[in-house]
Write a protein that binds this ligand. Structure first.
Ligand code: ADP
Length: 750
């Protein structure tokens, strides 16, 4: 029951805020008003006027629970007159009642809020204000809640809270007295208690017809499960005057209740708002809600603290009511209501909540099914969005209905949605790709074919230029639940890299087989010759030498292949020690022997520090560079091998920018050969990469040597690079670390 008091004397509004001491006079006046002999309504009317002589507030409300002979809500609201322009948030009232402490809070409407819960909706209707709520407790019992709202952010501060605290016992006295008066005059209530439950609830329900029609209307709306539950809880809380409550869904398989929405609990376990991100699970073997779910019946307990297996959500809770929402014998959910007042719920509430549950069952079932579909589509949506493969759904006319992010990125297009209107693959996609398509007609034909034969599965590779790209398109028909064709699904994959790898593999096979065949042919030829007839010892020796050289060459190629595989798998180990490069170079020149068409010049700085390297590996690198210099200067010329320390005469800036710090020796091999064109330079050293021209084809090779050499140098921490001018010659450089104590110690520790 609500009472609106008469219009207030607005001229009493104060322009300044009173201090605590000044408010004492107001408190004295308020006590006097509360104690005079008139009706509660008249006294409260005057009380709210007295408030205005000392407190700046917009409106106020007093909620009272009158004790009665029967348990159940005897709630009444009294409002200050005139200024109520937005609804009261009963959630806050419940928070105050449940927590039994004073709550002061700034309330700001948030138009951006998702507006899912009722609370959010209420906030949107509210102007910004400050809220102050105080529980009226006496004898461990909650009698009411006094609430004030004000416009200014500084209003309802500390002095007002002290004032309210002082007034609370006086209000308790007034409510207790009114309760007793009501009790004495209420014969009807006594009779109601003696009636059986079903009658009592029906009598009461009759008076709530508007509530049920509104509830039914609301439940018929196709709303998401969470919204439906939020509304259901909020309505039930408001109508039963419970301070807190929750709704859990029943998980039969696991024998658990899954918390969906709750409101009014002030402890840390739950937020006061009905929205919760994580859904708590509770075994249905504990608690009244579990019992209600298992038994399928609505249950009521006056004092949960008296029952060992009931775990109240919060210490304050006394009365608890749990009612299952049952459809065809199966409990779908449980509504639980809690109150710190042990007489909060009676048969009326029990009957009422049971009735709510009955009406909610079918809409809840529908919402749960809808939620399932929503979850599934959400799940599929996530898969769709995160697929690395580009996917587009087309209708039967080739119009793009939906694409995932990888669709645009795979085609190298701007993000989807940049253009308005319909996007057809055969028109818009071809147009967007036109500058890059090597054969636009083929793609158009592919689209048209798909439309003419909607049943067919199609596959096609689209070639693009600039940058070179190859995209594999798989197009499959899509069907609806009646198996009718609805369009097509295009799944696209960038296969450029795969194609490159294929090409590398093919090159590898052709190069290696060619490189192996050449020495093998001569080995076979010479041995055949030697077996066929006798030769003069000189000639015989020459032939055998050739066979030996070719076999050695073969063995070199096999070694290279093994090195590549070891380097790739990280199994290549280097054994470093202090080495004099001078020694390695002497061994190298010995191995090379005298050169027929070239002049090998060696410049070694003096003094030259020892280096810390794997001697065999560095010899291999040097051998590769010098033999390349010989190979790739077919007309002879000078080959210059230079070794010098970085620092001093040779400045650090000769090294590449990304070169590591430390002490280094720089080795370079210069020739006057065929040189390398600028566009080929960046690719020199790639595995199997050989410059393709008549010279190199004639010279032969596998394109492995430099790749191995570079990897070996990098294993030592150094770098390899080159400079070259086509037709004039090339210089290859590499660095190796100077042997320092630090390096040695580091290795010993490892
Ligand atoms: P291979 O010599 O067996 O082909 P490398 O890895 O040693 O393999 O060299 C890769 C490519 O680099 C060669 O095919 C050649 O095109 C180019 N190249 C290497 N050294 C030189 C050089 N000194 N002058 C010109 N081109 C060179």
């Amino acid at each position: 029951m609500d009472y609106a008091l008469d219009h207030t004397d607005m001229h009493l509004m104060l322009s300044s805020v009173f201090s605590s001491t000044e408010l004492l006079t107001v408190l004295a006046e308020a006590s006097r008003v509360l104690q005079d002999g008139r009706s509660l309504l008249s006294r409260l009317e005057d009380l709210f006027k007295v408030f205005r002589t000392g407190i700046r507030y917009r409106d106020a409300r007093l909620t009272c629970w009158f004790g009665s002979v029967r348990p159940g809500a005897q709630r009444q609201h009294f409002y200050s007159p005139g200024t109520r322009s937005y609804p009261w948030d009963n959630g806050l009232t419940r928070q105050v009642a449940m927590g039994q402490t004073i709550v002061r809070q700034s309330v700001t409407p948030d138009p951006e809020s998702p507006g899912d819960g009722v609370r959010d909706h209420l906030r949107q209707l509210t102007a910004p204000h400050v809220y102050l709520g105080a529980p009226i407790v006496w004898g461990k019992r909650l009698w009411g809640v006094l609430e004030l709202r004000a416009d200014g952010t500084d209003d309802l501060g500390q002095p007002v809270q002290e004032f309210v605290t002082g007034l609370l016992p006086q209000l308790a006295i007034a409510i207790v007295a009114e309760s007793e008066r009501l009790l004495a005059s209420s014969e009807a209530n006594v009779q109601m208690l003696t009636r059986p439950v079903s009658n009592a609830s029906q009598t009461d329900l009759a008076t709530r017809t508007p509530f049920f029609s509104a509830l039914e209307y609301e439940l018929e709306e196709p709303v998401p499960l969470h919204t439906l539950l939020t509304h259901l809880l909020r309505w039930t809380l408001d109508e039963t005057c419970a301070e807190a409550g929750s709704i859990c869904l029943v998980d039969y398989e696991r024998g658990e209740l899954v918390m969906q929405v709750y409101e009014g609990y002030s402890s840390g376990a739950f937020a006061t708002d009905a929205l919760s991100a994580h859904q708590e699970r509770i075994s249905w073997d504990v608690g009244l809600a579990g019992r209600a779910a298992r038994s399928g019946r609505a249950l009521l307990v006056r004092d949960v603290t008296q029952e060992a297996d009931l775990r109240p959500m919060e210490a304050n809770v006394r009365a608890e009511l749990a009612a299952p929402i049952v459809l065809e014998g199966v409990a779908l959910a449980v509504i639980t209501l809690d109150s710190p007042r042990s007489a909060a719920f009676g048969e009326q509430e029990l009957g009422f909540v049971s009735m709510v549950c009955e009406r909610a069952a079918r809409p809840l079932y529908r919402a749960m099914k809808y939620q399932d579909v929503l979850e599934q589509s959400n799940h599929l949506g996530q898969v769709f969005v995160s697929l690395p493969m580009g996917v587009a759904l087309l209708d039967t006319s080739g119009r793009v209905l939906r694409t995932n992010p990888a669709w645009a990125t795979t085609w190298g297009l701007l993000e989807n949605g940049e253009r308005d209107g319909p996007v057809y693959v055969s028109l818009d996609l071809v147009e967007a790709l036109l500058p890059r398509l090597t054969d636009p007609d083929q793609l158009v034909a592919f689209c048209n074919e798909g439309q003419h034969a909607p049943d067919d599965v199609q596959m096609f590779n689209v070639r693009l230029n600039d940058p070179k790209q190859e995209i594999h398109v798989l197009s499959v028909p899509t069907r609806d639940s009646l198996h009718q064709i609805t369009g097509r699904l295009w799944a696209i994959r960038d296969i450029t890299r795969e194609r490159e790898l294929d090409q590398v593999k093919n090159e590898f096979v052709s190069i290696v087989s060619h490189e192996l065949r050449t020495p093998l042919t001569s080995i076979l030829g010479y041995t055949e010759l030697l077996l066929a007839r006798d030769f003069a010892p000189d000639e015989q020796k020459r032939f055998i030498q050739t066979v030996y050289d070719q076999a050695e060459h073969l063995s070199g190629i096999v070694d290279d292949l093994l090195s590549i595989s070891r380097l790739e798998s990280g199994r290549m180990k280097i054994n470093c020690w202090i080495v004099e490069l001078r020694q390695i170079i002497a061994e190298l020149t010995n191995q090379l022997g005298p050169l027929e068409y070239h002049r090998l010049l060696i410049h070694m700085a003096d003094p030259l520090p020892a280096v810390y390297v794997d001697r065999d590996k560095i010899k291999q690198v040097l051998f590769n560079l010098v033999t390349n210099a010989i190979k790739y200067s077919p007309n002879g010329g000078e080959i210059e091998l230079t070794v010098q320390e970085i620092g001093g005469k040779v400045p650090r800036d000769v090294l590449p920018n990304d070169h590591p710090d430390g002490s280094w020796v720089l080795v370079s091999v210069r020739d006057e050969g065929i040189g390398i064109a600028p566009e080929d330079i960046p690719r020199i050293g790639e595995r199997f990469y050989r410059v393709d021209n008549t010279n190199t084809r004639r010279i032969g090779g596998t394109g492995l040597g430099l790749n191995i050499a570079r990897s070996l140098i990098e294993l030592h921490g150094g770098r390899m690079w080159l400079e070259s001018v086509l037709g004039q010659g090339s210089t290859f450089f590499f660095t190796v670390p100077v042997a320092t104590d630090k390096l040695r110690r580091r290795d010993e520790e490892n």
